[in-house]
Design a protein. Structure first.
Lengths: 87, 181, 204
């Protein structure tokens, strides 16, 4: 159950790219908060998923653990975005 | 008493005895910690007609004492975790996840140390982080551990009896051999 | 797949087999620890968001005082360290001890870089007059990043200890389990930061 070094490298590239993109959207574009916040938080969830699948080898997780992290990612993103949008 | 019971079981798992003794001391100190806080609160409630700022002082003292000294609970949770994890039986007396949960809760108590800086919010004594988690989770953990303690003591009794039976049999076998020879 | 090359001892592998025949890294019980930690942070995120929703202006004002540059730098450092950590576990499983050691050293070094940057950031914030009690935003900022930092510190210590034992020539199945647990913990720290960074620094 080993990840290939290519897979690990690609994961890194993806994580860096999404980080830079989030930064660009948040700081450099003139996008309103209502669009920017969901974008950066969803980007965070996507990055989290990459870490789970590639680095933590999610496919080796038992079902309960997979469910937990799926709920965790979706839940955290929803809560943060939700409270930001209603304030 | 709970600590003594746990100590007796842990001693059967651990080869040396140091961690088990630390566990026992931790259990006793935790009980003492709770006792002292109750003294403060009892004193505050004893004369409700007195100056409210005095009542506040005693009340706060009770909580500050409880939360800061609750670190002693780490003294029985971490040794429990270590001993339970090192259990070499094919089916350990305590599940590994319970051991790790105990260790996690013990580490969380460290967050309690930050409590005096906050009078309101989630990090104050009544907040989410410093009240609900450090008291509700360990309580649930302790109940679960107690359940496993009951199972463990039954198993240990069975182990002891089967060891005794085996010792008797080998005694008889040896006696039979010397009689024949 | 690559089961023949698994370095973990046979009892751990047997314990960790899930129904699909894969093998959960590290010790199964340890994932309880990870789940507990992840849950704690989820609660912190919830609490932060809830508090923010009642006072968005105060929180936004605090956020604007943060230096996004530091946060971004730390994100890139942590993400890279996670890559090295995963590569180290892979190297150890393939019995490439020397490569593994170098990768472990790199991981720990980047962890220390993260901590150094964070401390600089704290220093600057404190010098600007922000403390845990000056505003609710900064209370959360210091507490959340502080607790995260302690988690990283623990992860660095574990990784360094494993690395030192490896360098001293100690080879035991327990070390490989500890390394995998340490790696899982490292990735959790990374995962948490993926949310902490945008939540505190970017989200308006």
């Amino acid at each position: 159950m080993l990840q290939t070094s290519q897979a690990l490298r690609r994961a890194w590239v993806g994580l860096v790219a999404i980080t830079v993109l989030s930064l660009a959207v948040a700081e450099l574009s003139g996008i309103s908060a209502g669009v920017e916040t969901p974008f950066v938080i969803v980007a965070a969830a996507v990055k989290g998923r990459i870490i789970l699948v590639r680095y933590m080898v999610e496919r080796s997780f038992p079902l309960w653990l997979r469910c937990y992290f799926s709920v965790w990612l979706v839940g955290c993103a929803t809560v943060i975005i939700g409270f930001h949008l209603i304030s | 008493m709970w600590a003594v019971g746990l100590f007796r079981i842990m001693v059967r798992i651990e080869r040396g005895r140091i961690l088990s003794y630390i566990l026992l001391i931790g259990g006793v100190l935790t009980a003492a910690d709770l006792m002292f806080s109750c003294f403060f609160w009892l004193t505050a409630a004893f004369r409700p007609e007195q100056d409210p700022s005095l009542i506040q002082l005693l009340y706060d003292s009770g909580w500050l004492w409880l939360d800061l000294a609750f670190g002693v609970a780490m003294l029985y949770m971490i040794p429990f975790g270590i001993i339970a994890l090192r259990d070499t039986r094919t089916e350990p007396l305590f599940p590994k996840w319970l051991a790790w949960l105990g260790i996690w809760v013990a580490m969380e108590f460290l967050a309690e140390l930050i409590m005096p800086y906050f009078r309101s919010g989630p990090f104050s004594w009544s907040g989410l982080i410093n009240f609900w988690i450090p008291f509700v989770v360990p309580a649930a953990w302790q109940v679960t551990v107690s359940w496993f303690m009951l199972k463990a003591s039954r198993r240990l009794n069975e182990e002891y009896e089967s060891e005794l039976a085996r010792a008797e049999q080998s005694e008889l076998a040896r006696a039979g051999q010397t009689a024949a020879g | 797949m690559d089961r023949v090359h698994q370095l973990t001892d046979t009892t751990t592998s047997a314990d960790n087999q899930d129904s699909q025949g894969g093998s959960l890294p590290g010790d199964v019980g340890f994932w309880t620890f990870i789940v507990a930690d992840a849950s704690l942070f989820a609660l912190l995120f919830f609490q932060f968001s809830l508090d923010r929703s009642s006072r968005p202006a105060v929180f936004d004002e605090g956020r604007r005082d943060l230096m996004v540059f530091f946060g971004t730098a730390n994100t890139l450092v942590l993400v890279t360290s996670s890559w090295l950590m995963a590569a180290a576990v892979r190297a150890m499983r393939r019995h490439s001890v020397r490569t593994g050691l170098r990768l472990i050293a790199g991981t720990a070094a980047l962890g220390l870089v993260f901590m150094a940057v964070k401390i600089c950031e704290y220093g600057l914030a404190l010098r600007s007059g922000h403390t845990v009690s000056t505003s609710p935003f900064f209370m959360y900022y210091f507490m959340i990043t502080g607790i995260h930092l302690i988690h990283l510190l623990i992860a660095v210590v574990v990784v360094v200890v494993v690395g030192l034992r490896l360098r001293a020539g100690i080879r035991s199945p327990l070390d490989s389990t500890v390394l995998e647990c340490g790696a899982a913990y490292w990735h959790l720290v990374d995962l948490l930061w993926m949310f902490i960074f945008p939540m505190l620094y970017l989200a308006r």
